[in-house]
Design a protein around this ligand. Sequence first.
Ligand SMILES: Cc1cc2nc3c(=O)[nH]c(=O)nc-3n(C[C@H](O)[C@H](O)[C@H](O)COP(=O)(O)OP(=O)(O)OC[C@H]3O[C@@H](n4cnc5c(N)ncnc54)[C@H](O)[C@@H]3O)c2cc1C
Length: 406
Amino acid sequence: MAAQVSPDVIVVGGGVNGTSIAYRLAADGRRVLLLERRGICSGASGRNGGMTGAGSSMHSHSAAGRAVYAITMRNLELLKGLKEEIGAEFSLTLPGSMDVITTEAQYLHLLEAVTEQQSAGIPVDLIDGDEARRLMPALGPNVLGASFAYDRGHLWPFALVNAFADAARRLGADIRTWSPVERLHLQGDRVAGVVVNGEVISAGDVVLATNAYTPELLPDLPAGAIVPARGQILVTQPLPPLLPFSFGNNFDKEYGRQTPTGQLLCGGYRRLDIGEGLGTYEERVTAPVLSGIARCLDELFPALRGNGVKIMRAWAGIMGFTADGLPLIGRYAPAPGLTVAAGFNGGGFSWGAAVGIIVADVLAGRDHGFDLEPFRPDRFHGDGELGWNNPFTAGEKNNPRGVLAY
Ligand SMILES: Cc1cc2nc3c(=O)[nH]c(=O)nc-3n(C[C@H](O)[C@H](O)[C@H](O)COP(=O)(O)OP(=O)(O)OC[C@H]3O[C@@H](n4cnc5c(N)ncnc54)[C@H](O)[C@@H]3O)c2cc1C
């Protein structure tokens, strides 16, 4: 029997980040083993809204804001080229997106955010209610205006993630599903592999692309650095063309779009979930959240009211929220041999394609050209009490103006 050859790199997690990383590492000629405890795209990557885009309204002028913008912009460029590069067809469409305003508080927030983004060079406009309705006639009279972001749109997440996995396989990556990693295998301080079903698999490098589940494998990550956050989505029956743009509302807490097959997909209202959806790994929908989402559709698009539009499906997924709203990307300094790409909050599809290249460059010691300092995976260590300042939450109920989405 031939001796098993150890992989060069083990990637844990088969979502958009893990598969993209596996693809880029395989393209570098590395022997890659990807381990996924369920199926490919069974985590947040298979349960999200499919919105994507570049930009940050979060501290646009700060180093973090610039770093977010640089990576998400690169991500967008990569997405545009993936059809040619790997033959991926994932319904990418980038008509722009509208964050619609229905209250004075939202107007003041977006006025500030748009002004800041424009001065940082991000292509976004503030438009009034009439202009918003001219662009998207289904919007109701309660819409006072909108911010219109140009570099935005949506895609089919399942197709993209599987395209990355297929491309990685074609380049020789070994992708094993239903393979739960129980723990990291340590040699002294160094991560030297993983343990799966009681068996040690050794590798020169291990990459955790485990998003919300990262604290399970990284016990020394300070509590609160990455927290599971449940999001819920409902989908209607197919309808005639109604929404030419994806939309957000209420500090981007509610969001939605029309799929190429005509279905309206809408999510949000985490503030009606138990504990605002924070701290649970249970992928379960709840009635208050779903009725909130349905109400959101009714209020924004009055044409839907009283027309017997049917809800076809609803689901829940678990995001990895981080204490400061930024992901963790890079080598994990406390444990040589370990690299982390996790904690993508509500926006992993604006990152995954770029993260694959960044991680491959990091492992190869190549210059990737990005400022990764704001995403340093050990930035929460040694702080004593960890400050929770996630702009996606900042107390959904208590502090609505604290939420600035990227
Ligand atoms: C309701 C909802 C709506 C969203 N809407 C959007 C949106 O419109 N646009 C957007 O960009 N983002 C959105 N997001 C967020 C987006 O889905 C995530 O940021 C992104 O999918 C993260 O990808 P990932 O690969 O890092 O993690 P995941 O897709 O969660 O993948 C992590 C994988 O790791 C596996 N894993 C974990 N532990 C182990 C282990 N021990 N062993 C083996 N495998 C393991 C899991 O099974 C999982 O498949 C939304 C998320 C939700 C839930």
